[in-house]
Write a protein that binds this ligand. Structure first.
Ligand SMILES: [Zn+2]
Length: 68
């Protein structure tokens, strides 16, 4: 179970399918179940690059907020 409002780093494994919002630029991404089942990690924000070195936030900072 993941509570709405939980935040994740770009390097963490995506726990559940659903919508996640970038805490910096508010971009919402929809992560489908088949991506979660592959055990993929999150990613840097494609808009503001939060979650990568030199981005709005680094890889060690929480970037994605679970919306449900
Ligand atoms: Zn962003």
């Amino acid at each position: 179970m993941v509570s709405i409002g939980t935040t994740f780093k770009s390097t963490e494994v995506i726990p559940v399918a659903g919508r996640y919002q970038c805490v910096v630029c508010k971009l919402v991404v929809d992560v489908p179940a088949h991506v979660v089942s592959m055990g993929k990690t999150f990613f840097a924000c494609p808009i503001c690059h939060a979650g990568e070195e030199g981005g709005a936030k680094g890889p060690h900072e929480e970037v994605w907020e679970y919306l449900g």
